[in-house]
Design a protein around this ligand. Structure first.
Ligand SMILES: Nc1nc2c(ncn2[C@@H]2O[C@H](COP(=O)(O)OP(=O)(O)OP(=O)(O)O)[C@@H](O)[C@H]2O)c(=O)[nH]1
Ligand SMILES: [Mg+2]
Length: 312
């Protein structure tokens, strides 16, 4: 399946919601007047684009409609799509640095998809012929270690782990020594999201980051913040919190397939200067793709469906 088709399939729920709403909004007049614009605004908020980002989109839309004297469904949706792509920005594909140890630290609150995405990334890089190593630095629960073990087996990737309750920084230390000994291309470190409070989390991530910098000073180091698209506007709050406490270098938005609130990706891009590198579009090993702004927006409001609407 091509990248666009993966987006289209993954974003089905949000697309169905948006298209259904747009059809209902335009059913009586067939174009956009004040009331229709208000309904559109509400729809964007329901799709989790957030108040601030929705305001920005609507303001731009209203001014374009005024300056060009256009109210047609086609014009409105085309303008809306263009502004969303603008906000999402140029695609920023994440590339491993060749000839170096690449260390990817997965951070985020509990349940966002860190462990699953670690497994998906392991598969991606194995398929590219890279030497991958997984590290289970979430030592909080036995189940967390077992879950990563399953991914390690499934993707045929070696795993460094320890017992429940072990010091996560010590497991990270072991994994770096092992990565060096094995001439690893990419070490993926899964961390815990389930910490008691912000200080705890800060202390633990800080300790892990220090170990990495000390033990692998020449490595290319990335910290990916994993955000759950179904967690609503909390994803924005988490982005701000984690940017404060860890050196986050990029974002991964998971569960975009989970409900009709995929608009959160636009809100996150609007509220943060970090690149969105990957999108999680399902629970399967292959359901992680490079984030693509245009494919994402086209999968929400497909041109062919808009052309159909315009004819009615
Ligand atoms: N539909 C869907 N489900 C996903 C996706 N990514 C992860 N999940 C599911 O979300 C749930 C939580 O994922 P985990 O990978 O365990 O999340 P975590 O961040 O490691 O959680 P903790 O270890 O508890 O902090 C699991 O049931 C995953 O299968 C996705 O892109 N789409
Ligand atoms: Mg986990």
């Amino acid at each position: 399946m091509g990248l666009f088709d993966k987006f289209k399939q993954g974003m089905t729920k949000t697309r169905d919601f948006l298209m259904h709403q747009v059809e209902a909004i335009t059913a009586s007049l067939g174009f956009f007047d004040e009331e229709e614009l208000d309904d559109l605004e509400m729809t964007l908020i329901q799709a989790d684009l957030g108040a601030a980002t929705t305001d920005k989109l609507m303001e731009n839309l209203r001014s374009q409609m005024k300056s060009q004297g256009k109210k047609s469904t086609e014009f409105v949706l085309k303008t809306l799509k263009e502004s969303m792509v603008d906000i999402l920005g140029e695609n920023q594909t994440f590339e491993l640095v060749p000839g170096k140890l690449n260390i990817i630290l997965m951070v985020g609150v509990n349940g966002t998809g860190k462990t699953t995405t670690s497994g998906k990334l392991a598969l991606r890089y194995k398929k590219q012929g890279k030497k991958v190593l997984l590290c289970a630095a979430d030592t909080f629960r036995a189940a967390a270690i077992e879950q990563l073990e399953v991914w390690a087996e499934r993707t045929d990737t070696p795993l460094i782990s320890s017992h429940t309750g072990a010091d996560p920084a010590a497991v990270v230390y072991d994994s770096i020594q092992s990565a060096k000994a094995r001439d690893t291309d990419v070490l993926i470190i899964d961390t815990a999201g389930r910490l008691h409070n912000k200080k705890n989390l800060m202390d633990e991530l800080g300790k892990i980051e220090r170990i990495i910098r000390r033990e692998a000073p020449d490595a290319a180091i990335e910290s990916f913040l994993v955000l759950d698209a179904t967690s609503g506007q909390n994803a924005i709050v988490q982005t701000h919190t984690f940017t404060d406490i860890a050196n986050v270098t990029g974002l991964i938005i998971t569960k975009l397939d989970g409900n009709a609130k995929g608009g959160i990706a636009v809100a996150v891009a609007d509220q943060s200067s970090l690149p969105i590198y990957f999108a999680g579009l399902g629970e399967g090993a292959e359901d992680l793709v490079d984030f693509d702004s245009k494919y994402f927006v086209d999968s929400l409001l497909p041109d062919e469906a808009l052309a159909e609407l315009a004819k009615q």
